[in-house]
Structures are given as C-alpha cells and as structure tokens.
Ligand binder design. Structure first.
Ligand code: C5P
Length: 219
C-alpha cells in the first residue's frame, strides 16, 4: 500500500499539443512534445492510479497500464475530457491546448495567391476553466502554466480564475525547462498560494515531485 499511494484513485492526465486544421493538409500547432504529461501518466500508474491519458498528437509511447485516448483538436480534447472528468478523483492538465483555431476549415487545399492570405481565428474552449467550474468538493484539479514574463503572478491568477487546487509553473526563461527538453524546472503553488520551488530535474523526477504535491492535498 505504501508503494501504491494512488491505489483506487481515478486520474485523468492531458498531454501534448492540439492541432487546429486550416485545410486538409495544414494546421496551427505548437511545440509541446507531450513528454511531461506522459511522464506524469506513467508515474501515477506506477503509484497505483487508474490513469486515463488524453493525448494530442505526439511521438510519445504510453505505459501499457495507462488507458490512452488520442485526440487532435482542442474541441476533441474538450469532449474527451468532459466525458471522463465526472468519474475522476484527480485531474492533471498538462496539454498545451491551442487558444485559437481557424474560424472556418477550407474543404480543399488553399491555393497560393498573389496577395497575402488573412486567416480569421476564433477562440477555443478553455478546457481547464470549464472543468474548474464543474469541479466537485472531493475532486482535485491541477493545471500547468508556461509563462515568459511575470510568471508567478500569472500562475497565481490562473489558480484562482480556473478554480485549481495546484498550479505547476514552468518558465521559458529557465534553460532546460519547457517544451522539447527532457528536463524541467517547476514551481508549485497551492490554494493558500504557498510556493514550492524545485531544482532542474528530469521530467520523470519532476513527475514524482508533482505526485508528492498531489498526495499532500489528497482527499
Ligand atoms: O490560460 P493558459 O492557457 O495559460 O492555462 C494553461 C493551463 O490551462 C494548462 O493546464 C492547460 O492544459 C490548460 N488549458 C486548457 N484548455 C485551453 C487552454 C489551456 O485546458 N483551451
């Protein structure tokens, strides 16, 4: 039991980027590799949790003990999360969800023209904020924040605005942190806005730290 502290807990993790189609061959995406979210899903499963991983397009392989649902767009990720969330005890949203998508998706490949091309973008749904509103008292919700400036204030603002229990901040200003890297450097804030600063570590070890922080507040 001591080695399986998440035994019996249903956990959902999101990971990777989302791709928002422009036409049948092009999309808007981002540099998320999915490594942090996959490391978290693996570690939570190792610690005994029943893990469902909602994954955007990535090259990562998931542990065989993890139930994996692959999605492409923010809308698909939203729908997958919505159907799994009501049953979960703990949710960790690691995905780099696109904030905007093309307002219309062209049915055919857009041809090159002499003039510039203007794409109109519309907002995607904020999955984490939606789950924060739906959250019951016995559910734990953890979000990520990746910032380039005024990091701590944005992270704390996110915790409150999205009704989170923990927010994990990784700054793009730290070398070896963030997107494609195998390492990460995080700061975790809890609801009391207490701050824990961690050293630069492998994403596997960062996942262990995040799991410990969740266990501290587990209900
Ligand atoms: O507001 P911001 O995008 O910086 O918040 C980041 C957090 O919100 C991450 O946990 C990310 O997974 C989540 N998010 C989401 N849906 C969005 C945008 C962000 O779930 N559309």
């Amino acid at each position: 039991k001591k080695s399986m502290p998440f035994y019996g807990k249903k956990v959902m993790v999101t990971a990777g980027p989302t791709y928002e189609a422009i036409d049948p061959v092009r999309f808007i995406g981002n540099h998320s590799s999915g490594k942090m979210g996959f490391a978290l899903a693996d570690e939570l499963a190792r610690l005994g949790a029943d893990v469902t991983l909602i994954a955007g397009p990535t090259a990562q392989k998931s542990d065989q003990n993890v139930i994996r649902k692959d999605v492409v767009s923010a809308q698909q990720m939203f729908e997958a999360c919505n159907s799994v969330f009501p049953e979960t005890d703990i949710t960790v949203m690691c995905a780099a969800v696109a904030d905007y998508r093309p307002k219309t998706v062209a049915a055919n490949k857009i041809k090159k023209q002499d003039s510039n091309l203007i794409l109109e973008l519309e907002k995607t749904v904020d999955i984490l904020a939606t789950l924060g509103q739906a959250k019951k008292a016995d559910q734990i919700l953890v979000g990520f924040a990746l910032e380039t400036n005024d990091e701590e204030n944005y992270a704390k603002g996110k915790l409150e605005k999205k009704n989170l229990d923990l927010v994990v901040l990784n700054s793009l200003n730290d070398k070896g942190a963030g997107f494609k890297s195998d390492t990460n450097k995080i700061t975790i804030f809890n609801r009391a806005l207490e701050r824990t600063v961690f050293e630069m570590k492998s994403k596997t070890d960062v996942a262990k730290d995040i799991c410990s922080a969740i266990l501290k507040i587990a209900k």
